[in-house]
Design a protein around this ligand. Structure first.
Ligand SMILES: CC(C)(COP(=O)(O)OP(=O)(O)OC[C@H]1O[C@@H](n2cnc3c(N)ncnc32)[C@H](O)[C@@H]1OP(=O)(O)O)[C@@H](O)C(=O)NCCC(=O)NCCS
Length: 231
């Protein structure tokens, strides 16, 4: 015998018919945060996003024409490291596309993940000197029990979509998980990112402009704020 299956359904009530349509699936955030990997794609992206985010600083230390070499430097700097190194980097994807990144540091990381001479690009003396000055000006002591947001950057076409906020939420979680009581960062007082940090609960502990002319020569900025958040 041939059976045809029939699905029956209760008719919708008048109220049901007039109810605004409900989403079929709960809203899912388009932003996903994950740790970086040693893959060539992740390393290339880190080089691109860091150099784009801090283009002015790198161009000041070297020159505009050296920016592609700086990207190559980051790609090399993030290759062949121990697994813990990649746990320090977070990559934000927006609808599956790499959109932003940030790097968190803890006490002792400089010794764990030292700079390697072989990563340095083939720069002339002036550019190398510029980079050394930049490094000197941005070097930060990280006390025990504190996490340091080394850098955070989002590609310009993805800015203003909450990716920076989500990356900072992730750094808070990581720092808490590793037993830190606070998290801090340095930001130029001319950088609008300060508003984002304030909204995230950071407060300015001090502003510094030691020998501002010297600071300007080293990094292209005159004044920085130390911002910190209790976790
Ligand atoms: C700072 C930055 C990571 C924020 O990322 P984002 O995804 O746009 O952040 P959100 O969407 O979560 O928040 C937007 C907030 O970022 C800040 N912001 C916006 N444009 C910015 C820019 N060009 N540079 C710095 N901060 C910016 C503002 O505070 C903005 O909020 P507001 O408009 O209410 O003031 C991103 O703008 C960036 O990569 N800037 C360049 C690199 C940089 O300056 N990093 C910080 C160094 S300490």
């Amino acid at each position: 015998m041939d059976y045809t299956s029939v699905t029956t359904q209760q008719p919708l009530s008048f109220e049901d018919l007039n109810r605004p349509p409900q989403p079929v699936l709960p809203a899912i955030s388009p932003v996903v945060i994950r740790n970086a990997t040693a893959s060539p794609e992740d390393r290339k992206f880190l080089g691109e996003v860091v150099v784009m985010g801090f283009e002015r600083k790198f161009a000041h230390a070297t020159s505009q024409s050296k920016l592609p070499l700086m990207k190559t430097y980051y790609e090399k700097h993030t290759s062949g490291r121990p697994p813990l190194f990649y746990e320090r980097y977070f990559i934000a994807e927006y609808n599956g596309e790499r959109a932003g990144a940030c790097c968190l540091r803890y006490q002792g990381d400089d010794a764990l993940f030292p700079e390697r001479d072989e990563d340095l690009p083939n720069f002339g003396c002036c550019d190398l000197f510029g980079l050394c000055l930049m490094d000197l000006a941005t070097k930060t002591d990280i006390p025990a029990g504190k996490a340091y947001v080394d850098h955070i950057c989002v590609l310009s076409k993805f800015r203003g979509k909450g990716i920076g906020k989500t990356l900072l939420d992730m750094t808070d979680m990581d720092a808490t998980k590793r037993g830190c009581k606070s998290i801090f960062l340095w930001v130029s007082t001319s950088n609008p990112a300060q508003h984002l940090y304030e909204r995230q609960g950071y407060v300015t502990k001090e502003t510094t402009s030691p020998f501002s002319c010297c600071m300007y020569c080293m990094i292209g900025e005159k004044e920085f704020a130390l911002m910190e958040k209790d976790l």
